[in-house]
Design a protein around this ligand. Structure first.
Ligand code: ADP
Ligand code: MG
Length: 337
């Protein structure tokens, strides 16, 4: 099939690599020419993500279209989704790109979240309570959010120029993510739950397997599956949770492969990218099997990496910036925590 991928960063690149290996060909669409996906694409479109005419030309050439990030204009995807075969569907995008809607949806499905509310002015914030202000749209890698502290007042005012949410700060024990896949035949399978370590909102490290009680594991998986079913997502849904004592809190979700599951390239019998592409190209999927423990470490803000052992994946980004994800390394077979 001809697989169209909107977004040409590392996730798009690894999806394209998987698609090629499965015998498909890839057409990509990104807002720059020099981007990781380009060398894996038969054809690469350069355009803004709101250029409807060009996006339509791109979609017209593809049998199925998927995307590597959520921050695409919803109206644009809805318009295209009514005409072309975009998977996952635009409903998934609508909720996952909006921090308010996704948490409201979680609560509606009886999935616990932190306490949250939309705010419009700094006067609504109680500075004595540990909390976080986040923009409702366009956040990733800890961007567009600020801890409620007096020293952050200017930043908070700046954030409040756009729609914002105020969230209770959860003093969690640790963070985990669940990755669920559904194919067109309603087969639903999860990858092994991953434990994540963030610094300043940016994922540094992910490990599998995670030592969790069966009860907790079941609840995490059930919650993630509930979301997949409710939104009728074909493809991938990654869900981030905080774990505190025996409570789990939904944090956010993304209808695509996820940084915390890059280790599946080496740790499982099927990678998250292959699983996603198989789902969207009408293949039947089966349950991923963990072959080895693994620890994935992101390479951030540098292209200069010495490797002693492990599997190195550099994304081929030409511009190196502070806090930019440039690659990752996966180590397997050890005991990680
Ligand atoms: P992003 O889209 O940038 O990943 P997140 O909401 O996942 O946004 O926030 C990034 C990280 O910041 C989280 O993985 C977590 O470490 C921390 N964080 C976010 N919200 C909260 C919260 N309510 N309580 C405690 N930590 C939080
Ligand atoms: Mg996150």
């Amino acid at each position: 099939m001809i697989v169209g991928i909107i977004g040409g960063g590392q996730l798009g690149m690894m999806m394209a690599d998987a698609a090629n290996k499965l015998g498909h060909s890839v057409i990509s669409y990104h807002n720059t020419l020099l981007c990781p996906i380009k060398r894996f694409s038969k054809m690469h479109y350069v355009g803004e993500f709101n250029n409807l005419a060009l996006l339509e030309e791109f979609c017209f050439k593809c049998d199925v279209i998927t995307y590597e990030f959520e921050n695409i204009n919803y109206e644009t995807i809805k318009y295209l989704g009514d005409l072309y075969h975009i998977v996952p569907n635009y409903k998934a995008l609508r909720y996952s790109q909006n921090r308010l809607l996704e948490k409201q949806l979680a609560n509606k499905l009886c999935i616990k979240t932190c306490v949250f509310k939309q705010i419009f002015a700094i006067e609504e914030i109680d500075f004595s309570k540990k909390s976080i202000v986040k923009s409702i749209f366009d956040g990733y890698d800890g961007k567009n959010q600020a801890l409620v502290e007096h020293s952050n007042q200017d930043l908070i005012k700046e954030l409040l120029q756009n729609d914002c949410i105020l969230e209770e700060y959860i003093d969690y024990d640790f963070e985990v993510s669940v990755l669920v896949n559904k194919d067109f035949y309603n087969n639903i399978f999860c990858f092994p739950i991953t434990k994540n370590f963030h610094v300043k909102g940016i994922l540094q490290k992910s490990i599998v397997p995670v030592n969790l009680s069966e009860k907790l594991k079941t609840r995490l998986i059930e919650n993630a599956i509930l979301l997949v079913q409710h939104l009728d997502i074909v493809g991938s849904l990654a869900v981030e949770f905080f774990v505190k004592n025996n409570d789990i809190y939904f944090n956010e979700m993304a209808p695509r492969p996820h940084n915390s599951f890059h280790h599946t390239l080496e740790s499982c019998n099927v990678s998250q990218f292959t699983q996603h592409i198989n789902c969207i190209t009408n293949k039947k999927i089966s349950e991923p099997v963990l072959l080895s423990s693994a620890c994935m470490v992101n390479i951030i803000g540098t292209n200069d990496v010495g490797l002693e052992n492990g599997f190195l994946h550099m994304y081929g980004k030409t511009v190196v910036r502070k806090n930019r994800k440039m690659g990752h390394i996966t180590f397997i077979g050890g005991e990680y925590e």
